[in-house]
Design a protein around this ligand. Structure first.
Ligand SMILES: [Zn+2]
Length: 78
């Protein structure tokens, strides 16, 4: 007996020949769900960011850093 192919997203068996257009997913919807999951994962494991880019990102995010010349803590609280 051949085990039916199941959707990796919702585990629904894929049997309809028309739905196999979205294989290995049961539907276009699940295909997209998996794609976005995969995309999210790519974001999570980004490692090889060039130093130039991390510097730029830190500047844009305003991350507290020693390299910041104008320290807001220099201003005494009123
Ligand atoms: Zn599915």
């Amino acid at each position: 007996m051949i085990s039916p192919m199941t959707c990796p997203v919702c585990s629904k068996p894929i049997h309809d020949s028309e739905e196999q257009a979205a294989a290995p997913f049961c539907s276009e919807r699940c295909k997209k769900v998996d794609f976005f999951r995969w995309w999210d994962g790519q974001y999570a494991i980004v490692e090889n960011i060039p130093a130039d880019l991390t510097d730029q990102l830190q500047a844009e995010l305003g991350e507290p850093d020693q390299s910041v010349s104008e320290d807001p803590h220099d201003f005494p609280p009123q």
